[in-house]
Every structure is written in C-alpha cells, then in structure tokens.
Design a protein around this ligand. Structure first.
Ligand SMILES: *[C@@H]1O[C@H](CO)[C@@H](O)[C@H](O)[C@H]1NC(C)=O
Ligand SMILES: *[C@@H]1O[C@H](CO)[C@@H](O)[C@H](O)[C@H]1NC(C)=O
Ligand SMILES: *[C@@H]1O[C@H](CO)[C@@H](O)[C@H](O)[C@H]1NC(C)=O
Ligand SMILES: *[C@@H]1O[C@H](CO)[C@@H](O)[C@H](O)[C@H]1NC(C)=O
Length: 381
C-alpha cells in the first residue's frame, strides 16, 4: 500500500515493524485533513475489532502504525533538526543567545532545539501550505550542480520560492531589525528565527537539493534493510535512526556528543578568530605537538570551516551546491528504484550524514552570531 501525500511526505508503506514510528504518535501537529482520515480509520478499526480476535488484532496494530505515517515526518527528521539546532546553541555568542531566547515562544522552554521542527509541523496546515516549497530546491534532472537563478523557484515558477531564497529572506528580516536599527519589525521575528534555523538544516540534507523528476528522491522506492520506503526518507530519517539504534544506544545526546568531538577544538578557535587561516595557524602554534596533526575529524576540511565570502551575513548557495554534489556522489548512487539498501550503503553514507549535521549546526550558529552580534564581525574573512 503506497499513498503519496506531498513532496516530502512519508510514503505510507507496508511495514515489517513499525518501531521507529511509534515514538512519534501524538507528537506531531495534526492537520484537519489528517484528523478526518484518522477518525475514519478509528471507525474502521473499531468495527473490524469487534469482528476479529487474535490474528485480527495484529492487523489493527499495523493499521495504527500506518495511521501515524499520515502525520508525516518531514525535512531532516525530528532528530536531525534537533541535533543541528542543539549543536548550534553551543556556539552562540552571549548576545546571540540572549536574542534567540527572547524570540523563542514559551513552549520552547528556552531551547531552540525544541522548536526546530516547527516548520515541518505546520506545513500541511492550510494557512502555511505556501511554505512547503521553501524546504528544498530542485535542479534539472541529472544536473549535479546548483544555480540560484535557474533553480530557485517553486513548481509554479515563482522566483525565490525555495530553500536558499527563504534563508536569504528570513535572514534579511532579522538583520534589518537587529542591525539597521529599524524601530519596528515588519515581520514576525519569532517565525523568522524558526524558519531560518530549520531551513539552514534542510539545505544541508543532500536530497533537499535533488532532481526535479524524482522530487529529491521522494518517488524512488527502495528498501531500507527489510522496510519499504523512499530514498528521500532514508536520508531524512532512516540513516539517523539506524545509527542511533546501532551505535548510540538510541540516545540523540550521545550521537550529538560524538559528532561534536570531531570539530569542537577547531571551531572554538574559529569563533574566536572568525577566519580559517588564522584559526589553523593558531591551532598549529598552540596545541601540544601530538595533537598538531589531527589524524581524523574535520579540522582540516577547508569547506567545512568557510565563513561567508564578501562580508555576507548568510551564504546558502555554496551549501546547496555541496548538497547536490553529495546527492549525486552518494545519495543517488547505487540506489535506483527497487534497490535494497543495507549495511554497505548505511555504513558508507553515515559519515556524510554526520558531517552534514555538524556543518548545519556550525553554519547556523555562525549565521545567528553575524545577525545578532554585528560588532564582532565574525563575517569578515
Ligand atoms: C519572506 O517571508 C515573509 C514572511 O514569512 C513571506 O510573507 C514572504 O512571502 C517571504 N518571501 C519569500 C520570497 O520567501
Ligand atoms: C509570531 O508567530 C508565532 C508563531 O506563529 C505566534 O505564536 C506569535 O503569536 C506571533 N507573534 C506576534 C506578535 O504576532
Ligand atoms: C569523525 O570524522 C571522521 C573522519 O572524517 C569520520 O570518519 C567519522 O565518521 C566522524 N565521526 C562522527 C561521529 O561523526
Ligand atoms: C568587509 O568589511 C570590512 C569592514 O566593514 C571592509 O573593510 C572590507 O573591505 C569588506 N570586505 C569585502 C570583501 O567587502
């Protein structure tokens, strides 16, 4: 059974086991449409339940698992966005942290990471449906590069309606209030902060910059181990969920720590100097000899540490270019329709996912710092 909701929606599937979905029951915001669907299901299940026993109950269980999928998990899954925002929070300057806390809605309880999935929760809501194309950008089929002018539009051809356009838009809204000393904000800056934080995450998910024809992997049906799903969902959720279970004791905090260990030293200095070369020189000069040539981690990975060129506050275009390149090299490769993806794919792609989460977190922090603490001029590089 396959049911297609919208571009990034989870495909409803026959499941071998519904484990990872169970946690999401009741968590996501239910749209009116999905509530109606749910009522119908509950009714069917109720009637069926009266006529069944034993074996029938198993099917009721499966139907309930299916139900949860109607409320779809979108973008990087909840875990991915949580990880990116959690990492970002650790690198905010004092000013930026104060500004963020002031903008956060009460239910965030002072933690940006708690509300980073908000744009996914509302996007199927009637009033917010227009934001759906802002979560991604598609390139023409089989083009492994990205160009803003060519690619940043929605399916109706409206310019700037894509993830990179949205990142620019919400950055400008925040910046014009916090830097250009405009006395009254024209837009809701709480929404601007949540959208910006979410979309900087999304643009780092390689298949959020995928091909138009397959909707960023959404229409490529594959198996993830024994489970039927689609390639986009594998990159949003499955790789992270399998990693959590296999390596991190199902604890997202443990996973975040492991990822952070790979860049913490370098990034602290980066924040201090705001410039890659100064940072690397400084690390070479100050670290004890045995740590000078870090054997692993991303400390020497140039692109990871780039700040925005030309004093820009935000620079989503290179992030999108990296994503489509990774999509071609790793996501689409060996994942044609009908393929079963197993250990080989999982273990070779997981480092890519972890690095993208790290980059998303670092770049979100750097962007928020540039917006909220202009006097530090971290942007200059
Ligand atoms: C920019 O953000 C505002 C507020 O959400 C929205 O009304 C507008 O359509 C957005 N523009 C683009 C190009 O995304
Ligand atoms: C800003 O947006 C948030 C989230 O949509 C909403 O809860 C809040 O009431 C809005 N604030 C204003 C001043 O409109
Ligand atoms: C740390 O970096 C290394 C080298 O790039 C990579 O192989 C490894 O998967 C990374 N570890 C984590 C937890 O991200
Ligand atoms: C960046 O800003 C600084 C100070 O505002 C200025 O001196 C410098 O020329 C700018 N660099 C570029 C490339 O625009």
């Amino acid at each position: 059974m396959v049911m297609y909701l919208n571009r990034n929606a989870v495909m409803v599937q026959t499941l071998d086991s519904g484990e990872p979905y169970r946690r999401q029951l009741g968590k996501s915001v239910k749209t009116r449409a999905s509530l109606t669907v749910e009522k119908i299901w509950v009714f069917i299940i109720y009637i069926a339940g009266m006529r069944m026993s034993g074996f029938g109950l198993l099917w009721i269980g499966r139907a309930l698992v299916l139900l949860q999928l109607f409320n779809g998990v979108l973008g990087w899954g909840k875990e991915g966005h949580y990880a990116i925002c959690k990492m970002a929070e650790g690198y905010l300057t004092e000013d930026a942290l104060a500004a963020v806390k002031e903008l956060l809605p009460d239910y965030a309880e002072g933690d940006l990471a708690n509300v980073c999935s908000w744009p996914d929760e509302i996007r199927n809501n009637f009033h917010w449906r227009w934001t759906s194309p802002l979560h991604y950008v598609d390139t023409p089929d089989f083009k492994c590069n990205y160009e803003y002018c060519r690619d940043c539009h929605d399916s109706g051809g409206h310019k700037d309606r894509c993830v990179t356009g949205a990142i620019n838009n919400y950055t400008m809204q925040l910046k014009s209030f916090y830097q250009d000393s405009v006395s009254e904000a024209k837009y809701n800056l709480t929404e601007a902060l949540l959208f910006l934080s979410h979309f900087i995450g999304d643009v780092h998910q390689p298949l959020h910059v995928g091909f138009t024809g397959d909707e960023g992997g959404n229409t490529i049906t594959v198996r993830w181990f024994r489970r039927k799903t689609n390639l986009h969902h594998v990159w949003d959720n499955m790789i992270i969920e399998s990693a959590l279970k296999t390596f991190y004791g199902s604890d997202i905090a443990v996973m975040i720590k492991a990822i952070q260990r790979n860049f913490t030293v370098c990034f602290s200095f980066f924040l201090l100097y705001g410039d890659r070369d100064t940072t690397i020189t400084h690390i070479r000069e100050t670290l004890p000899t045995k740590k000078k040539h870090q054997p692993d981690g991303w400390s020497n990975d140039k692109s990871s540490w780039e700040s925005c060129k030309y004093n820009q506050t935000v620079c989503p275009d290179p992030y999108a270019s990296e994503s489509i390149s990774l999509a071609c090299k790793f996501a689409y490769r060996n994942a044609t329709p009908g393929t079963t993806l197993g250990d080989d794919y999982f273990l070779s792609r997981l480092p890519i996912v972890e690095k993208r989460l790290a980059q998303g977190g670092i770049r979100l922090a750097a962007t928020l710092n540039r917006i909220f603490t202009p006097q530090i001029k971290i942007a200059d590089a």
